[in-house]
Write a protein that binds this ligand. Structure first.
Ligand SMILES: [Zn+2]
Length: 273
């Protein structure tokens, strides 16, 4: 159990994952770690096992492997929607959308979720969905600006069959869409990445940095350089880890109480109003 003096809003969770106990519900999981509210999205449950099962298959070229691997359809959000409907005060949805393969019907479905249910943002995953911010994300950026909702960008490096991801591409997107509220996920997942973020995103006030799976020292630098109001606590639980680990990465920084309050709760809460 976490010993805490203020509420916690987790800016990055999924509706399920390996770190839930047997028969545990998501709400029980939240309670176990003292999480008051959470942004949840769906999960690509087969991606990692699919990739792990093919790494030794030498009959496939990288290109064939990539073609087999990339999703052909949008992700299902039925589970997430039901959970949110049952717990509207604690759960808020982000719709995981793949703009690269989206057709008219997919855009309509995305709009329906944002307008009719408690979905208040869009999440993208550039590695799993093979997205290039330079060519695949314009329409989505415009969509998020129109509806005044944040766009979450999952940070990560390329798989071995992809061309390397460049942080400059994300910067070019943001430069084009100044009004876009952009959340950069796993913002300090390496020190090198975090330092590059400082270099490119310092001029843009509407960029937020989510802390899941980050290096604690990187979180400290982000708060110091970018300002405490732009850093959002997130855990990427239950699939990647448990929240206590991610909460402690911020607790050990020994930040003043008012800054902790902002990072753990207020910033995410304000962003979604
Ligand atoms: Zn995640």
């Amino acid at each position: 159990m976490i010993d805490k003096d203020f509420p916690i809003f987790d800016a990055h969770m999924h509706y399920t994952g390996k770190f839930m106990n047997k028969n545990e519900t998501l709400i029980e999981f939240l309670d176990r770690f003292g999480i008051d509210k959470a942004i949840i999205t769906t999960l690509n449950t087969s991606a990692n096992s699919k990739l792990l099962s093919t790494i030794n298959n030498k009959d496939l070229t990288d290109k064939q492997l990539a073609d087999k691997f990339y999703p052909k359809n949008q992700y299902n959000h039925e589970h997430v929607k039901k959970l949110i409907e049952s717990h509207p005060k604690r759960l808020i949805g982000f719709y995981w959308f793949n703009p690269r393969i989206a057709d008219e019907k997919d855009w309509k479905e995305l709009t329906r979720y944002i307008k009719n249910y408690n979905f208040k943002g869009v999440k993208t995953q550039a590695s799993l969905d093979n997205l290039d911010p330079l060519t695949d994300m314009d329409k989505l950026a415009e969509f998020c600006i129109d509806l005044d909702i944040p766009l979450y960008f999952h940070s990560g490096i390329n798989f071995y069959f992809q061309k390397p991801f460049k942080i400059q591409s994300l910067y070019e997107l943001k430069k084009k869409y100044k009004k876009l509220k952009l959340i950069i996920g796993h913002a300090a997942y390496t020190m090198e990445y975090m330092i590059s973020l400082l270099r490119y995103f310092e001029p843009f006030p509407r960029v937020y940095f989510e802390t899941s799976l980050s290096v604690p020292y990187g979180i400290k630098v982000l708060i110091k350089v970018m300002g405490a109001e732009r850093v959002l606590y997130g855990s990427d639980s239950p699939p990647a880890t448990t929240p206590d680990i991610e909460i402690n990465k911020i607790k050990i920084l020994d930040l003043p109480k008012d800054i902790q309050k902002k990072v753990f709760y207020e910033n995410t809460n304000n962003l979604l109003v």
